[in-house]
Write a protein that binds this ligand. Structure first.
Ligand code: XIL
Length: 369
């Protein structure tokens, strides 16, 4: 990749304030030029890249797509890191923490994995070996560069009141929950320095079945003596029906009580029914503010990542028809009210704990490291 021109710090504030409030980072995921959401929007790349690079705005990034199995191991045993490296290099060049995403996931899987399953050709042993080879290949390639890895993504069912596993997954169908243990065991061996996360959506409210499922996964791994360091709440939220700060706090405390040392908001966006209006943008601001309040309040919450920051590059309109405007910058690069809302809340919380500086010794999320 050509050397990226890193602009001088602009007016960015989110990471700058998040750190003063005691978080490790405020970040944004980003994709690689040419991916679906960016196609045809090349004219906005310059401004977009400038905002993304600003270290005061975003202290962390995640590749939205490039490290997924589909890209990294398109054929059995054949690895390709071109897409993932673009974002890993950008993180390095712009001084950002890199969250890595995602090692084992039923979706955006290389077709050969599902095809082998459809042909009835996986045995427990051969699929376990394929998972292990994949993790060794990918986590091995990025070893030392990932602050955290989403080791297993979205293993829980959407419609199970008992919070059970997602059944339509080649991994679950062949191996049951053993695949989760295997994935964490291998990841821990390959990259001992990376925080190992279970990551999912719909696990932000304290009493939801999936939240119970996520807690159960943490407990299962702990009981088996396998390392898991964090739970990532994707937080693909809805402006018109979002959790309270209290709910978010209780949920995070629940994960910490199961024994993970940290939690984070890994894919935050707050979708709106299109077109947005003053009311829906106000609800959205409220939701982003609650995430900030809750994360700052919970000792183990290390940071917040939005799932990109510029509305036209968001996945939401592609996957949820009629919804959109879930991020922080509109198409014309004006900021959403949620941006200023978060700035105000950060400032309020920084002031409340006595002005500038870090969280007190022994109290901050930063201290878990
Ligand atoms: C999304 C990407 O943003 C899209 O570009 C892609 O087409 C589909 O995946 N949960 C996850 C993310 O863990 O990897 C997903 O990202 C969004 C939901």
């Amino acid at each position: 990749m050509a050397a990226l021109v890193v602009p001088p710090p602009a007016a960015g504030q989110l990471d700058f304030l998040a750190k003063q409030a005691g978080l490790m980072y405020f970040g944004s995921a980003t994709d690689t030029p040419g991916q679906r959401e960016r196609a045809g929007l090349e004219a906005s790349y310059g401004t977009y890249d400038y905002i993304l690079a600003d270290p005061r705005e975003f202290g962390q990034t995640t590749p939205t797509n490039g490290q997924k199995w589909l890209f990294t191991e398109p054929e059995p045993g054949v690895f390709d890191f071109a897409e993932g490296d673009v974002v890993a290099d950008l993180a390095q060049q712009t001084g950002k923490i890199l969250r890595c995403h995602a090692l084992v996931w039923h979706s955006q899987l290389a077709p050969w994995v599902d095809e082998t399953h459809a042909a009835g050709n996986w045995t427990k042993a051969s699929l376990a070996a394929a998972i292990e080879r994949h993790i060794r290949g990918v986590a091995g390639h990025y070893k030392g560069r990932c602050y955290a890895w989403d080791v297993v993504n979205e293993a829980l069912a959407d419609d199970d009141p008992a919070g059970g596993y997602r059944k339509q997954s080649v991994f679950y169908e062949v191996l049951g929950e053993e695949y989760i243990k295997l994935a964490f065991r291998v990841a821990a061996e390959v990259d001992p320095g990376a925080k190992l996360y279970y990551n999912d959506y719909g696990i932000e409210r304290p009493d939801s079945p999936k939240t119970k499922g996520a807690r159960r996964i943490v407990g299962m791994l702990k009981e088996a003596g396998i390392r898991i360091d964090g739970v990532g709440m994707q937080a693909h939220l809805h402006a018109d029906n979002h959790p309270t700060a209290q709910d978010l706090v209780r949920t995070m405390e629940g994960y910490v009580a199961e024994g993970v040392e940290e939690v984070s908001f890994t894919e935050l966006d707050v979708r709106i029914t299109m077109p947005p209006n003053e009311t829906s943008l106000d609800w959205q601001r409220d939701c982003y503010e609650k995430v900030v309040r809750a994360c700052v309040e919970v000792k183990g919450c290390v940071g917040i990542t939005t799932w990109d920051f510029y509305d036209p590059f968001s996945w939401i309109p592609y996957v949820f028809p009629g919804k959109g405007a879930g991020l922080l910058w509109f198409e014309d690069f004006n900021k959403h009210p949620a941006y200023d809302g978060m700035v105000d809340v950060f400032n309020e919380l920084i002031e409340a704990k006595g002005g500038e500086g870090e969280r007190e010794e022994g109290e901050g999320a930063g201290e878990v490291r």
